[in-house]
Design a protein around this ligand. Sequence first.
Ligand code: DX5
Ligand code: ZN
Length: 228
Amino acid sequence: MNGIRIAPSVLAWNLGNLERAVEISVEGKADQIHLDVIDGNFAPNITFGPGTVKALRHLTDLKFDTHLMIARPDAYVDKFLDAGSDLLTFHAEVLDGGMFDELHKTVRARGKEVGVAIKPQTDLPQWAADRLDKISTLVVMTVNPGFSGQRMDMSVMPKLQRLSTLVRERGLGTDIEVDGGVEPENAGEVVKRGGNVLVAGAGVYAKKDPVRAISVLKAEAERARRPT
Ligand code: DX5
Ligand code: ZN
């Protein structure tokens, strides 16, 4: 079983001081850093691009988990690889099997990992189910892409459970990442449904003590795995 990993989403911090957001993740012993790239086209917000990812890279060796909520990932994949992303997650809604294969080839040629994300209302397309072995992280979104601080959509839980069962039945090591509204109160439920990577924006950065919030989340998630 894959270990629990906490991935703070810097989108929830002051975007004028992302260096501090990364430092908080380092101090709190986060497992990876979630970087939300939004283009104002795929989703209704504009965040930051490869230049920002590159500017943060010198601060840490932590895994840079780059969530590309953009309409044309093919046009930017090389730039995010150059910037130092370790995991590049593409949205299933803008791809088909052939486009995924191209992106996968590009990312793997640089020794990096490929993720696939789906919005709350999206089911995993057949082309992605057929290529699960090529996907290192399946990102199940529990809010609509765009903004931090939304409430988790619990109606996604059956899909989360179904997809994590599918991964397990196939004997794959795919991480199941849950993105949107993760808080200490729902971390246990997410883990029971098969999630192992927990993205948290407001669940870390909106807390009074964000460094401590990372270990609080991890403890809640790990508690859900222990037999009662
Ligand atoms: C939404 C982003 C999420 C979000 C997470 O578009 O993909 O990563 O910032 O933030 P919270 O945890 O506050 O929902
Ligand atoms: Zn995200």
